[in-house]
Design a protein. Structure first.
Length: 256
């Protein structure tokens, strides 16, 4: 059994960030935690994507096992209509979401059923203007700077908040991004949330931050919540953890 983590408070969301280039994960151990379906999926990926998938999914199992007091292999998932994983009924009540892009994997863990996270690398987009037209409303487009690097950064900020929100409602990119409107200043806020029959909340809370200078991450939760960002706790040896988790910023809410 891995180390133990205290469950988030009812109105608290834990945000974990894993930097893949500096991870010390044992890939063989990580792969041993995956289900046969996950291992089969990993084998169909190219090598770089396979490594990212194995480590990110093993990390998810490792964290959830620490919260639930079981082994990573004992964690069981069900899947929604759009393929979103959720804990099986055995552990009903604890919610999670994950996202990965380039060097970073982001995990969100809490109790709200509408919880989504996203992360995107700040790499140039060849079709940036086309993406802006397809993904941002006219009001959002009007706020974009003209300087290309700043324009890209602002676009990615909008994108990550929108995608985290659409993942929270279980729709992902099946829902048109221009039907969701976001205001970034003074703090990120959903002006027009997605309309989904199964979503009954109107109390959306969002958070936007940079894991480092090369990436932007966002979280979206359908209830008032205190976001707590935590650094990756380290990986276990064969039977035990390297170290206990540590909370960045003394477990203070994330600000911007």
């Amino acid at each position: 059994m891995p180390f133990q983590l205290a469950l988030p408070q009812l109105q608290e969301t834990h945000l974990w960030q894993l930097h893949l280039p500096t991870t010390t994960a044992d890939l063989t151990l990580c792969e041993s935690w995956l289900s046969p379906t996950e291992r089969d999926r990993a084998q169909r990926l190219v090598q770089s994507a396979r490594h990212q998938f194995i480590v990110s999914r093993a990390g998810l199992r490792y964290l959830l096992a620490a919260y639930l007091g079981c082994t990573p292999t004992a964690v069981q998932f069900d899947y929604g209509a759009y393929g979103r994983p959720q804990l099986s009924h055995t552990w009903a009540g604890l919610q999670f979401n994950l996202a990965h892009s380039g060097s970073w994997v982001i995990y969100g863990v809490g109790h709200c059923q509408w919880l989504g996270v996203d992360v995107e690398q700040l790499t140039p987009r060849q079709r940036l203007e086309a993406l802006i037209q397809r993904c941002l409303t006219p009001v959002e487009q009007a706020t974009l700077p003209h300087v290309q690097t700043e324009r890209l950064e602002r676009f990615i900020q909008y994108w990550t908040v929108k995608e985290a929100h659409l993942k929270a409602v279980g729709l992902g990119l099946n829902y048109p991004m221009t039907a969701v409107q976001v205001r970034l200043q003074p703090t990120p806020q959903l002006v027009t949330p997605a309309q989904a029959a199964e979503v009954s909340t109107t109390q959306w809370q969002t958070q936007l931050w940079c894991p480092d200078a090369t990436a932007i991450a966002a979280a979206c939760v359908g209830q008032p919540t205190r976001f707590v960002r935590r650094d990756w706790p380290g990986w276990p040896d064969a039977d035990e953890c390297e170290r206990s988790p540590k909370a960045s910023q003394d477990d203070q809410p994330i600000t911007g």
